[in-house]
Ligand binder design. Structure first.
Ligand code: FES
Length: 269
């Protein structure tokens, strides 16, 4: 799913994380060499990349937090993984801050405790990176993928009250999507609904895959079926029924109508 924190369609969080990784691991190595190799200059100098690492980690956390709250599908296995990723990385930064504080200012050589904290922080950072990599490689967070005729990622924010009115809410122009293209509708209460144009017309259904919460608007649409990219479940866009597992529960479908050249989502009972 395309990152919400992006610049010219390039996700910002992955652009920034090499800096804290390089500084914090580099500082740890310098501390290690300085202490074990009896080179005090290395250990004293290690404080500077460690400080730079903490500052750049905090900067990288900002677009990461935006993606956590906006891009990662709520109530999903990806969200749980993203929570772990955030906790582990914030813990690593706190550990490095304590290690830096123990060296005082101007910096002294690292103590045994400070060195141990460096190593623990570096291990936590590595584990956090592994979780982050899984979020990208398996959950497609910040991946703006394309398949035949899928078009570009589209989304629209809509007031829930408008969608619940008898007229419904306008969510797309009638010719906005081509057949087999989708669009994510975000309601202001956090609900996510996928709008899909099939050969039979427009359809709307829960964006959340009933298996582990993958985004269906980020999936693949073909022949009236939508496939979740996380583990391959397929659903009928009209009835919501499962056409292929591992999902077992159907998805909820919603009413859409074309009126005056607009597609309207109608949640009114
Ligand atoms: S989350 Fe597993 S198939 Fe959709």
């Amino acid at each position: 799913m395309r990152s919400a924190a992006q610049f010219k369609n390039h996700p910002i969080h992955p652009m920034l994380i090499p800096f804290p990784i390089a500084f914090l691991i580099g500082g740890t190595v310098a501390d290690f060499v300085g202490t074990i190799g009896n080179r005090p200059g290395w250990s004293i100098g290690a404080s500077y990349p460690l400080i730079a690492g903490v500052v750049t980690a905090l900067l990288a956390a900002v677009p990461g937090a935006v993606d956590y709250f906006v891009t990662v599908p709520p109530n999903s296995s990806g969200r749980k993984r993203a929570t772990k990723h955030a906790i582990v990385n914030v813990s690593a930064v706190v550990i490095f801050i304590i290690a830096i504080a123990l060296k005082s200012w101007p910096p002294r050589e690292a103590s045994a405790i400070g060195l141990a904290l460096d190593v623990i922080g570096a291990c936590a950072l590595t584990f956090g990176g592994w979780l982050g990599g899984t979020l990208v490689n398996r959950n497609f967070i910040s991946v703006d993928h394309r398949y035949a005729n899928a078009g570009k990622w589209k989304e629209v924010h809509v007031a829930q009250s408008a969608a619940q009115s008898p007229e419904g809410a306008a969510v797309a122009k009638a010719d906005e999507l081509k057949v087999d293209q989708m669009k994510l509708i975000r309601l202001d209460d956090g609900t996510r609904i996928a709008l899909a144009r099939t050969e039979q017309g427009y359809r709307a259904f829960d964006d959340r895959c009933t298996h582990r919460g993958g985004s269906l608007a980020d999936g693949v649409l073909i022949c009236g079926r939508v496939q979740c990219l996380w583990h391959g479940s397929q659903f009928d866009c009209s009835s919501g029924e499962v056409r292929a597992g591992p999902a077992k529960e159907p998805i909820t479908t919603y009413r859409v109508e074309e009126r005056d050249g607009e597609i309207r989502l109608i949640l009114h009972a």
